[in-house]
Each structure stands twice: as C-alpha cells, then as structure tokens.
Design a protein around this ligand. Sequence first.
Ligand SMILES: Nc1ncnc2c1ncn2[C@@H]1O[C@H](COP(=O)(O)OP(=O)(O)OP(=O)(O)O)[C@@H](O)[C@H]1O
Ligand SMILES: C[C@@](O)(CCOP(=O)(O)O)CC(=O)O
Length: 224
Amino acid sequence: MEDRVSEPSLVLVFSGKRKSGKDYVTELIQKRLGSDVCCILRLSGPLKEQYAQEHGLDLDQLMGPGPYKEQYRADMIRWGESRRRQDPGLFCRLASRGAHQPVWVGECGSCCCDVILQTAELCSVIGQVVSDARRLSDLQWFQAEFPQQTQSVRVQSSENTRSQRGWSFTAGVDDAESECGLDSGVEFDWNVINEADAPSLDEQLRPILQLAEEAASSSSVNRN
Ligand SMILES: Nc1ncnc2c1ncn2[C@@H]1O[C@H](COP(=O)(O)OP(=O)(O)OP(=O)(O)O)[C@@H](O)[C@H]1O
Ligand SMILES: C[C@@](O)(CCOP(=O)(O)O)CC(=O)O
C-alpha cells in the first residue's frame, strides 16, 4: 500500500444524510481552494471500487449521484460492514493513502483522488476533505490519526429538500448505522445548512475556507 508522503495541515471530515449535499458542498470547497491545495477523499471510493470489481458493476455509475448506486446501496452497506468488522479503519486508510495535499475534505473517491494523486508529485497540496464519514469509527480514525488537524462538519438539509434531490426513505438504509451512526453523541465543529432559504453556501463556508487558507499558507511557510 502506498504511504502518505506528508501530513495534511487540515482534515475536514464531512457527514450528512443521503442527498444532504455532501458531494456538492465538498466540491464547492475544493473549487474555492483549488485542487493543488485541497483533495477530496471519499471513504466510499475504495469500498465501491472493490465492490464493483467483485460484482461486475459500473464503478463510474456507483460513484455518481444518480439512481444506479441506490439499487446496490443496501447490499454495499452490508458488504462494507463485514469488511469493517475485521478492520474498522480499512476504508479510512485506503482512502487517505498517497494523499499529499495539505487540506483534506473527507469522502474519498478513487475518481477524483486518482487525478490528484497523479499530479501530487508535481504540486504540493495542503488539505484534505473527507466527504462521507458515516460512523463514529470513521470520525475517530481521523481524530486519532490527525488530532491537531481534524475538524468535523455536518451538512444538513430537510427531508423535503432531500426528496426534491431524489431521496426517499428506504428501510434497512435510512434507519441503519450508515445513515444514523453520527446522528447523536457528536458535537460537530461546523454545521452547514444546505437549503435554498438558508444563508448562501459561500457565506456559511467562509470561516471554514479561511481556516483552510491559513492552514495552506502555514504549510507552505513550513515547506520553504
Ligand atoms: N445547494 C445545492 N444547489 C443545487 N443542487 C444541489 C445543492 N446541494 C445538492 N444539490 C444536488 O442534489 C443532489 C444530491 O447532492 P449530493 O450528491 O451532493 O448529496 P450527497 O449527500 O453526497 O448524497 P449521497 O449520500 O447520496 O451521495 C446532487 O444532484 C446535487 O447536485
Ligand atoms: C456503501 C456506502 O459506502 C455507500 C456510500 O455511497 P454515497 O457516499 O452515498 O455515494 C455507505 C456505507 O459505507 O455505509
């Protein structure tokens, strides 16, 4: 397994219900910071990659926002949980391998990470954004590995808004740990309300972006 080359300056670990907009928000953060500074890690990336391979499925569609992945979600959850039972940090470790950026945003997908990893040799990135923490063990892994750098972010949307984005309640999914594991018992460092009538995302994300920019600039000072 490829090891991390350097420690990130900031790790933003995102969680939120299905269709709350975790991908949308984390991609916006990466757009604002630039992919030379920030990479998105999707914990579901290595999980889907392995699952797609074993079941002969279309990985691109499993990684996308469309209905395809929903047909397999309940089984993917069960499959992933059986792997996690043997090794709770497995997908966190796989998702963060090789990441060089100073800001991480936590939901690691092989799709975007592969692109970033190819360029990571050439540019020094400072932060990582993990876009899809779902269980306490996910958050605890990053907090244990990067105690100084990890900040948790919860993305929230109403059921009505999530329904407009394609969500409908599915027993065995929406009442399972995958969706409810971080519903209580965690005090998030940041909360983002992803609703049309909430303050704009740019406004809500301003302090997080500022933190990331400070982390990026202190990282580049330390590297020089
Ligand atoms: N603020 C927004 N404005 C416009 N579209 C949005 C917004 N937030 C989310 N969406 C759209 O809603 C859909 C679901 O969002 P997204 O895929 O980011 O959710 P998610 O929380 O990552 O969902 P999942 O857990 O299913 O992966 C996407 O098509 C996305 O483009
Ligand atoms: C199987 C699973 O990783 C699917 C996540 O898909 P997505 O982040 O909603 O695109 C959820 C889980 O790990 O419980």
